[in-house]
Design a protein around this ligand. Structure first.
Ligand code: SIN
Length: 285
């Protein structure tokens, strides 16, 4: 197995691993090590079944399948379909609006995902060979470290309220998330958290779901939050994943946020399946 860093803010490719086979202990430990070091890792040219995808995810931790059961794979409740494809009745076969705003998976629950594992079957490619639908990942540990000192002081000890699909509803795009939003209450998390494995400090508010910073006047909270959610998008912190069919991309949700470029539409098809592994309750740094 070989780990090739992206050369950017974070991210790496792991070569020499065939995910159709159960990984031996040494390889699995090396994969986890690369995952904690690089936060976003890709295994290219995989040809895996649903069972292979589930086996790798379950080895990392408990699979979280509570939220999007209405977009689950028909035979595997653990898998969520993410796609812009429509069925014969014109209904989406999965979530088509995923990632329109920067977010951390399941950070609107008490236990945000420890890991997300997204496998791509089809990626949108233009006639001249341009791949669309990139996923961008911000390194939110680096984003925290680079904050000006006065902002670090202002956010010290603060907490936030997160709400499922908050930015979608606010911008009139909440339709696909109505069912899941109805079933979920707001949650409170620390604004700066400590990574459960590496101990690094992480900026934990995000554009998609953070409603406010607690114990601040509304205008002050809006202004600071506006600054922070833009800060994480700075190019210095961002790795851009250009998809290929057969990629298994695995990211650590604690020190990252991601966003999908929705610059494609049918007949260009994007079809992926995702499994999320349950994390722990975020601890204040
Ligand atoms: C997600 O937000 O988990 C989906 C990412 C993607 O579709 O690239």
């Amino acid at each position: 197995m070989e780990v090739i860093p992206s050369g950017g803010a974070h991210g790496a490719e792991i070569k020499g691993v065939d995910l159709r086979q159960p990984l031996d202990d040494a390889t699995f430990d090396a994969v986890l090590d690369a995952f904690h070091t690089h936060s976003v890792v890709v295994f290219r040219n995989q040809d895996i079944t649903e069972e292979d995808h589930i086996r790798l995810s379950a080895r990392i931790g408990e699979i979280d399948n509570d939220v999007y059961s209405h977009f689950a794979h028909p035979n595997h409740g653990e898998i969520v379909i993410i796609s812009n494809i429509l069925d014969d009745d014109g209904n989406p076969i999965g979530i088509s609006d995923a990632g329109k705003f920067w977010h951390t998976d399941l950070a609107y629950t008490n236990t945000p995902s420890r890991a997300s594992l997204l496998y791509s079957f089809e990626v949108p490619v233009t006639d001249d060979g341009n791949v669309l639908g990139d996923t961008l990942f911000s390194n939110t540990a680096a984003a925290y470290e680079a904050l000006p000192d006065d902002i670090k002081e202002q956010i010290e000890g603060k907490s936030i309220i997160n709400r499922h699909a908050y930015a979608y509803f606010k911008s009139g795009q909440g339709e696909q998330f109505k069912k899941s939003a109805d079933a979920l209450d707001d949650v409170e998390h620390p604004l700066v958290i400590k990574h459960p494995f590496t101990g690094r400090k992480i900026l934990f508010c995000n554009e998609a779901m953070t409603v406010c910073i607690n114990d601040m006047a509304e205008n002050e909270s809006n202004q600071l939050l506006g600054f922070l959610v833009e800060w994480v998008k700075k190019a210095d912190f961002v790795y851009r994943h250009k998809w290929q069919a057969g990629d298994l991309l695995m990211w650590d949700n604690f020190p990252t946020q991601h966003f999908v470029e929705h610059n494609f539409k049918l007949p260009l098809r994007r079809r992926m399946q995702r499994i999320t592994v349950r994390g722990t309750v975020p601890e204040a740094a």
